[in-house]
Design a protein around this ligand. Structure first.
Ligand code: NAP
Length: 327
C-alpha cells in the first residue's frame, strides 16, 4: 500500500472534540477525514443555550456547533456523513469500516463519539418514547406549551432543560432522587428562582403511564419513606446522565468500569495511533471546552506520531513544536 492510499488521521465523530481535532489536524497539514453519522455538532447542537464557552457569553448550542463546523471546513477538511461500523487496529495502519462498505486506511484514529442519554429503565419509558417521553427539551418542548411536564434528574442538564421547558410549559416538576441538586450553583439558583419549577426532592419515577393520547401520569416513590403516589403530567423529560458511546472502541483498549476509555493526558489509549477525546474519555469535567481541548491535544500528538512513522526514525519535534508551527 502506498502512502497515497493512507489517511494520516480519521476522526470519528463531529462534535466539539472531533471538529477541534479536525482544525488542528488540518493546520498541521495532516491528510484528514472526519466521519459523522448524523449532523455535525454533537450533543451541543441540541442545547438551548451555552454560557460557559470562552468568548461567548451566550450562544445557542446550534450556533456554536455551526461555528465549529464552519471553522473546520474553512481549512477544506473532508467531512463525510456516514456511520462507522468498525475500527480495526493494525500494526502498519488502522482500518475504519463504514456502513456504506467503504474502507479507510489510516495512520491514526481519533475517536470522538461522545455519549448518549442514560435511560431510567422503568416501565413505560421505551413504550411511550415519542408519545410524551423525551430526552431533549429543545427538540420536543414545543409540544408541551402550556402543559405540565416532569423533568427527571438533578445535574446540569436537568437544571438547564427544566429552565428551558419552564419558558414553554405551564408547570415543571423537577424530580430528583436526593435532597440536593448536583447542578452548578448558578443553575441551582436559577431553578429555585423560577416560579414555574417545583422541585420534588427524594423522589424517583417508578413507572410512566399513558392513555390513548400519550403520557398522562407517572408513579413516584419517596426514596426515604417508600411511599408511592401518582402524579398527573403530560410529558416526561429524562436527564439522568450519559452513557459513553463506546461501541466502536476496539477490543483491547482499556476502559474503566463505567465504559469510559482510559487515556493518558495526551489522549493516547494503550494502542499506538488510537486516541480518544471528549465525553468518551475518562475525565473530571464533561464540558465543551474540555472536549475542544482534547481535540487539540489528540491532533498534535497524532501529527507527531505520523511524522515519526513516515520518517522511520526518531523525530525531534515535540507536540509543542508542532503547535507553534501551526500558529
Ligand atoms: P450528571 O451530572 O451525571 O447528573 C445526572 C443526574 O441524574 C444526577 O443528579 C443523578 O443523581 C441523577 N440520576 C442518575 N441516575 C439516575 C436514576 N437512575 N434515577 C434518577 N436520577 C438519576 O449528568 P448531566 O446533568 O447530564 O451532566 C453530564 C456532564 O455534562 C456533567 O459533567 C455536567 O457538568 C456537564 N454539563 C455541563 C453543562 C454546563 O456546564 N452548562 C450543561 C450540561 C451538562 P445524583 O445527583 O443523586 O447522582
Amino acid at each position: 500500500m502506498s502512502e497515497a492510499d493512507l489517511y494520516d488521521v480519521v476522526i470519528v465523530g463531529g462534535g466539539p472534540g472531533g471538529l477541534s481535532a479536525g482544525i488542528y489536524a488540518m493546520r498541521a497539514a495532516l491528510e484528514t477525514i472526519l466521519i459523522e453519522k448524523g449532523a455535525a455538532g454533537g450533543q451541543v447542537a441540541i442545547s438551548d443555550a451555552v454560557e460557559n464557552y470562552p468568548g461567548f457569553e451566550h450562544i445557542t448550542g446550534y450556533e456554536l456547533s455551526q461555528k465549529f463546523l464552519q471553522h473546520a471546513q474553512s481549512y477544506g477538511m473532508e467531512i463525510v456523513q456516514e456511520e462507522v461500523v468498525a475500527v480495526e487496529p493494525g500494526l502498519d495502519f488502522h482500518t475504519v469500516r463504514l456502513a456504506n462498505g467503504d474502507i479507510l486506511k489510516t495512520h491514526t484514529v481519533i475517536l470522538a463519539t461522545g455519549g448518549s442519554p442514560r435511560k431510567l429503565d422503568i416501565p413505560g419509558e421505551d413504550e411511550y418514547y415519542g408519545k410524551g417521553v423525551s430526552y431533549c427539551g429543545v427538540c420536543d418542548g414545543f409540544f408541551f406549551r402550556e402543559k405540565t411536564v416532569v423533568v427527571v434528574g438533578g445535574g446540569d442538564t436537568a437544571a438547564e432543560e427544566a429552565l428551558y421547558l419552564a419558558k414553554l410549559a405551564k408547570h415543571v416538576y423537577l424530580v430528583h432522587r436526593r435532597d440536593a441538586l448536583r447542578a452548578s450553583m448558578i443553575l441551582q439558583q436559577r431553578v429555585k428562582d423560577e416560579c414555574k419549577i417545583e422541585i420534588l426532592w427524594n423522589s424517583i419515577v417508578t413507572e410512566i403511564k399513558a392513555n390513548d393520547e400519550g403520557v398522562n401520569a407517572v408513579d413516584l416513590q419517596d426514596t426515604q419513606t417508600g411511599e408511592q403516589r401518582e402524579l398527573s403530567t403530560d410529558g416526561v423529560f429524562v436527564f439522568v446522565g450519559f452513557v459513553p458511546n463506546n461501541q466502536l472502541v476496539p477490543a483491547g483498549i482499556k476502559m474503566n468500569a463505567d465504559g469510559y476509555v482510559v487515556t493518558n493526558e495526551k489522549c493516547e489509549t494503550n494502542m499506538p495511533g488510537i486516541y480518544v477525546i471528549g465525553d468518551l474519555r475518562e475525565k473530571y469535567a464533561k464540558q465543551i471546552v474540555v472536549a475542544a481541548a482534547d481535540g487539540c491535544t489528540a491532533a498534535l500528538v497524532a501529527a507527531y506520531f505520523v511524522e515519526m512513522k513516515k520518517s522511520g526514525e526518531a523525530v525531534c519535534e515535540t507536540p509543542e513544536e508542532i503547535l507553534s508551527e501551526a500558529q
